[in-house]
Ligand binder design. Structure first.
Ligand SMILES: *Cc1c(COP(=O)(O)O)cnc(C)c1O
Length: 514
């Protein structure tokens, strides 16, 4: 299997090259040359597979054996999931007769990003050691740099801590991430992990990281690597839990081999990585009767796209709406989904553009790349792009979308706690549940909804407390906070303070630690 950029170009990359590169030099994202079909007997052969077995089976369809052997892949996968606290890795829980929740937060940082970042860290280390074993005297190292407003940082740190020949630098805005998130990041004291608390905003941190990546000298000197959600390995890894959910649902319902199951997945969405994995699963052949449900908070660029066919940063039909900061991102109770544009959406747009070009057209792939280039240029210059109606209709065949407000999010957390038995969800999951409820009217009565639960509620104490504070006997520490979190705030920390949001200062810190 090979990979190419959504913005075109004649060269295909191996899996290793695509994973190490992250973003393509022309700004595009890597996608596989074909979406592989599932083996004929997958439903019977895979039905009792563990999460590790499923990962090996699915990843093998996208990674050539010559690149990574089956036993090497198995070792990497096993190593990635030993730290998870649940034997199913991503357990499916029943919430109601036709409603299930897929808990994706049993990894080390209690959020779904662990599922992919644990494996990505191991892949980086594996590829580097192999290169170094071949290279002889010169040792290749990787310097991972990222900015975080909270969640990604800790999952990346836990994925890369203690990895050979890899250093990780995570910039966060000083004092502007939640106490638990800050503690999760800064109490990792492995020598290869560096937390930079920058006096400034999240946008300042992100700008610094962008500047460092575009600094060709600095980049070449330190071999910079990215762990953000555009990395293909993250999307690929996340397809596994859609299959896991399918088999778990069949087992919970006690279905016989000849009975099919009608599923709809609903996904709290920010950068469109998690739900895109569901799209790949569907295209591979995982049965999904219901459309994939995109659930957004009031940063609703995606919900607006499915309504209008316009992908635009600011809602042009509602210009009176004011945002809280100059970048246009609104602060919500589900901060991991506070985005202006969704980076992985470009991958879906490529497939939609490709489908719009008649079968058999010469250079169809290049033409789709050209279309993406045009759209992305428009988005950059005008802040918006409108796709042709056929493209929108193609998008509507596989997806539906709903926007959810903070008030509704709180209401859902509360209602779920009160009925039927106390179950506490985090605000992102609550956005998904609220959207799922609205989507019920468009699915058949036999369809079962699976809502992806992206974080443990203890990570977002502000929203959870706000939703539940007036319920008699509710106690956050007793009912929500896991034992593992209790000692975290008092553990030893390692932080490097950066006095101002200045690229040169950050460079100095990085170079002093390498
Ligand atoms: C990152 C994140 C999301 C959004 O996932 P995307 O892949 O960016 O769409 C949702 N919920 C939580 C808790 C997250 O950390």
């Amino acid at each position: 299997m090979e990979y190419f950029s959504t913005r075109g170009g004649p060269h295909n990359l191996s899996f290793e090259e695509a994973v190490l590169a992250g973003l393509a030099p022309n700004g595009g994202l890597y996608i596989p040359t074909t979406i592989p079909k599932l083996p004929n007997n997958w439903k019977t052969d895979w039905k009792d597979y563990s999460f590790v077995d499923l990962s090996v089976a699915i990843l093998s369809l996208y990674i050539s054996r010559e690149e990574v052997s089956e036993s090497e892949l198995r070792d990497l996968v096993v190593k990635s999931y030993v730290s998870f606290r649940h034997p199913e890795i991503t357990p499916l829980k029943k919430l109601g007769a036709r409603k299930y929740i897929l808990e994706l937060w049993h990894g080390p940082t209690w959020a779904f990003k662990d599922v992919a970042l644990q494996l990505l860290g191991n892949l980086f280390e594996f590829f580097l050691s192999r290169k170094n074993a071949k290279a002889g005297s010169s040792v290749e190292k990787l310097t991972v740099i990222g900015a975080t407003s909270g969640d990604t940082g800790s999952a990346a740190i836990y994925g890369l801590r203690n990895k050979k020949n890899i250093s990780i630098f995570i910039l966060h805005p000083k004092g502007r991430v939640s106490p638990i998130q800050e503690a999760q990041m800064t109490t990792v004291t492995d020598p290869n992990v560096h937390n930079l608390a920058v006096k400034g905003t999240f946008d300042d941190c992100q700008d610094i990281v962008k500047t460092l990546f575009s600094d060709t000298d600095f980049n070449a000197k330190h071999n910079l690597g990215a762990v953000n959600s555009i990395n293909w390995a993250r999307i690929l890894t996340q397809t596994v839990y859609y299959f896991s959910a399918y088999f778990q649902a069949r087992r919970l319902l006690g279905l016989s081999a000849d009975q099919e199951i009608d599923l709809q997945f609903v996904v709290p969405t920010g950068n469109f990585g998690d739900i895109l994995a569901g799209y790949y699963a569907k295209k591979m052949g995982l049965p999904m009767e219901g459309k994939l449900g995109v659930a957004t908070n009031s940063n609703d660029i995606l919900a607006r796209f499915w309504k209008t066919g316009r992908y635009e940063k600011v809602d042009s039909s509602n210009v009176v709406e004011v945002s809280k900061d100059s970048s246009g991102v609104k602060e919500t109770l589900s901060p991991a989904m506070d985005i202006l544009v969704s980076s992985n959406f470009e991958r879906l747009m490529w497939y939609l553009a490709y489908e719009g070009i008649p079968d058999g057209t010469p250079d169809r792939r290049e033409k789709a790349g050209g279309t993406i280039n045009d759209w992305m240029a428009k988005l950059k210059i005008d802040g918006r792009v409108e796709v042709p109606i056929e493209v929108l209709e193609a998008g509507r065949r596989d997806f539906c979308a709903e926007r959810v407000s903070d008030e509704e999010t709180l209401e859902t957390i509360k209602n779920l706690y009160l009925d039927p038995s106390p179950y506490v969800v985090d605000p992102h999951t609550a956005v998904g549940l609220t959207a799922a409820k609205r989507m019920e009217q468009d699915i058949s009565t036999s369809t079962i909804q699976i809502v992806l639960s992206t974080a443990h509620p203890a990570k977002f104490s502000e929203a959870v407390t706000k939703a539940l504070y007036d319920i008699a006997n509710f106690n956050f520490e007793a009912h929500v906070l896991p034992e593992e979190f209790k000692g975290l705030l008092s553990k030893e920390r390692r932080i490097i303070e950066v006095e101002s949001a200045n690229v040169e200062l950050v460079k100095k810190v990085i170079e002093s630690k390498l």
